[in-house]
Design a protein. Structure first.
Length: 86
């Protein structure tokens, strides 16, 4: 199973996983970060619920993937980038 498949499987098991559409891994010599895209239906959540979901998912992914430095989340029109240092 490649890295995208593994991460995609994990993301589908997290909150809002049913709305997960695609991902893009950004790499140079190592994994730098990733973009996670969710369906527009998920954008119906209020901003606070989206923010809480993003923090939960990011915390989980950063705990599993020690070499990921950032994650960009696209929830419909709501886009947020979270870095490991935050």
């Amino acid at each position: 199973m490649n890295g995208c498949s593994t991460v995609g499987s994990v993301v589908r098991d997290l909150p809002c996983g049913e709305y997960f559409e695609w991902m893009e891994l950004e790499t140079n010599e190592k994994l730098d970060g990733m973009i996670l895209d969710y369906t527009k239906e998920e954008a119906a959540m209020d901003d606070e619920a989206i923010h809480e979901t993003i923090i939960y998912i990011a915390t989980y992914i950063f705990a599993l993937m020690k070499n990921a430095d950032w994650i960009t989340f696209n929830f419909g029109v709501h886009m947020q980038k979270v870095t490991r240092k935050e």
